[in-house]
Design a protein around this ligand. Sequence first.
Ligand SMILES: Cc1cc2nc3c(=O)[nH]c(=O)nc-3n(C[C@H](O)[C@H](O)[C@H](O)COP(=O)(O)O)c2cc1C
Length: 437
Amino acid sequence: MADPRETRVLLEHAEDPALRTIDGYRGYGGYATLEKAYREMEQDEVLKELEDSGLRGRGGAGFSMGKKASFLPRGEMAKYLCCNADESEPGAFKDRELMQRNPHQLIEGIAIAALAADAGHAFIFIRGEYAEQADILDAAVAEAYEAGYLGKDILGCRRDLELVVHRGAGAYICGEETALLDALEGKRGNPRLKPPFPAVQGLYGGPTLINNVETLSNVPKIVANGAEWFKGFGTEQSPGTKVVSISGGVRRPGNYEVELGIPTRELIFGLAGGPEPGHEIKAFYPGGSSSPVLTPAELDLPYSFEAMGEAGSMLGSGSIIVADDRVSIPHMALRTARFYHHESCGKCAPCREGTNWTVKMLERVVRGEATPMDLDIISSVQQNIIGHCLCVLGDSMAMPVSAMVNKFRDEFERVIAEAGMPIAIVQGAPEALGAAT
Ligand SMILES: Cc1cc2nc3c(=O)[nH]c(=O)nc-3n(C[C@H](O)[C@H](O)[C@H](O)COP(=O)(O)O)c2cc1C
């Protein structure tokens, strides 16, 4: 059941299992917007609605979806649309729920976005571990083909769209948009040098629009109700609702759909129930494990792209991981660095060497072999990683590690001094919270 404090737009009717079927989805008005768009709208009208809505990408960078679609060149060449369903960042599990509960909303969004991008081929790149969701999507795509919403001559409108669900092989780096393209082409998933950006030269060298599952799931509602309706939710710079994944040291972890701009405290304490009785929040990642951690002093900030940015962090994929007072921040930093080191593709030196070196230094910290001066060196190395990598995987480690060392320096110094202190493990989430491995 939805919490009354939520604003459910994407997750509306999500509790109804029939929503997964095409009949159930159509029962709630599904595919009416696709019919309207294909029968009555020109490419530029769809594009304008998306641009005017101010919809920002929900996969991490928060770039304007409509603007990105408008970057694709016009002309007869083959163009592509890729839906990024890789969702491998620790803390993020909202795309899984959107695909599992409402696969047709995503398919309808892809078909309408393909109209805006003039793409004839679309792919859903889904992380390999999401086998159940991939099966659900396969079944839904087959139903959409059967109903004439995909394939050749859609609804007799002389437009074609082929949609393929492609299962990844389980590498976090394949969520990076250009690595995703290489993986789709059958190569090892390594990031490409940018520019050229995918909108100009992407899949098989053709112009390609890449968007996240949640971004594309917003498209039918925006085109159905108009940009002004969408802007009625959220803030001026962060319009719309957001499905926020909340995990870690809270009583009710889960996905909650809220208007952007809601106080962060309302998300963590109101919806997710706050920390376990007798415990307090020590820190939280506001936008997945790649976002610089914030402290309880920042709990009253609005949960929006702009407020998180102004606080020196980011909204990212919209995934909050809470660390309570039982979590050792130096161990959480080490756990974070180990993840990114393991997932680094090794193509560029700052990331390959920087993540490796940071893990080794943080291991020295928790073993009590480091000196306080090493903390300065760790911080300065993170600054040399940020902005110097082929993609932002290296930054994704350096930003949170740097924030942890700077904001919790006393604790790092204490851990060095008292090496061997017992490490508390929060029940149920030791891995996510940085327990010693
Ligand atoms: C290492 C890495 C992993 C990423 N993983 C994902 C992912 O799993 N899903 C996603 O949508 N975006 C991911 N991104 C961001 C994508 O590169 C890209 O910005 C996004 O898919 C664009 O969609 P949007 O504009 O709708 O947010 C990742 C980026 C990096 C650097």
